[in-house]
Design a protein around this ligand. Sequence first.
Ligand code: 6PG
Length: 472
Amino acid sequence: MDQGKSDIAVVGMAVMGQNLALNMESKGFIVSVYNRHSEKTQRFVEERARNKNILGTYNIKELVDSLKTPRKIMLMVKAGNPVDGVIKELLPYLEEGDIIIDGGNSYYKDTDRRSEYLSQKHIRFLGTGVSGGEYGALHGPSIMPGGDKSAYEEVKEILEATAAKTQDGPCVTYLGPKSSGHYVKMVHNGIEYAIMELISETYDIMRKVFKLSPKEMSNLFKEWNEEHQSYLMEITYKILDWVDEETGKPIVDVILDSAKQKGTGKWSVQDALDLNISIPTINAAVNARTLSSIKEERIKIEKIYKTTIESNLKEDFIYSLKNALFIATVIAYTEGMKLLQVASNEYGYNLDLSEVARIWEDGCIIRSALLKPIQKSFKNDPHLINLIISNEFKNEFQNRIPELRKVVSEIKKANIPIPAFSSALDYFDGLSSKELPANLIQAQRDYFGAHTYERRDKEGVFHTEWQDIHNI
Ligand code: 6PG
């Protein structure tokens, strides 16, 4: 009955959906495609999908009827209401056991709500992060599925064939129940924001302090990337070497310094606060984008304070910068892994952090050589309390934190904002300080609000009558 029918459907024919469908087809699967506006589907099947095992469908019934059972339908539509909209349209045509895979950047709480709702309807649901942008979708993304385990078993073959591959296997694994897949993708993006900001702060120092040209900076990043093997650093040196066709100038000089964001970084920070987890470098990266976006205000304020860059740093400082960027990048991953560890306990995801690092090794935006030692760290000790103390990184921290400290102190003197670098150093300093001034905070809280405090010398909860409120 299923003969000639498609193995999977991709709904949403924006570039990610198109590329994913082409990728799946290239691995030998028959793929049905559907888009709300049928012209898009038609154009896709006539152009990019021409002569391929890709079937354009033009209404939901046709789409559902074209699939082998249990039906596997991957949604590549915009996160938010459009996901609920497609689910609503699909439901009347689906049968018990059919599978919906949401491959967008959905908010994890929406994924939990949808999982619950769909399980009541006996539809299996996988909230799945897909990373790698357009190129990754076509040539092999990192895929982060979570939700119904039995559904994963059904789609495993297709997802494994579609994902990027490393020596350690395909960059996909079943991550855990409920929203675990989308949570892992959210944190991936938080780390993505932090690494992007750290690289951008490095660029800012290179241009403002050392007056390097984009071409010179490109060469440096290219050299440094031999160590990082980072996708984000790779695109950075390519961008810095790019000339704008219209003006003949380096394109980076033509682009407005006002960053946008779609929310995943912010969600990471919000959730970390809810879980009482400190991820200051990621937080700084989100804030830096926000601050950058108020360009008009920045222009007005700069006119008043006329901040000038003051520095007589020598060229050899660049090598401290290289080490600072390396260790601050490790801290960005560290914060993300910590958030995942705590969220996993809190939300019952039961994440294997070494597997998370493994599936990030290729295909995704934060892929880099650092993921291998991260993977190893959590393999050796699944309950590792923090990557900072892992055997894989201890020496790196010992050797490179002094360089990060040098960069932060010198660049602060030069009047250049480096929120991510500073926050990374504060994170390290805070974590490695046995003594913090929170004793005074506790006293202040108790003074004005009778919030009580604990003592170092005995067990219990204490309060001091700081003021005689009746006689003031
Ligand atoms: C990926 C990316 C991607 C994300 C964009 C835009 O892993 O492929 O994380 O999913 O949507 O990078 O994010 P912002 O608009 O928030 O920068």
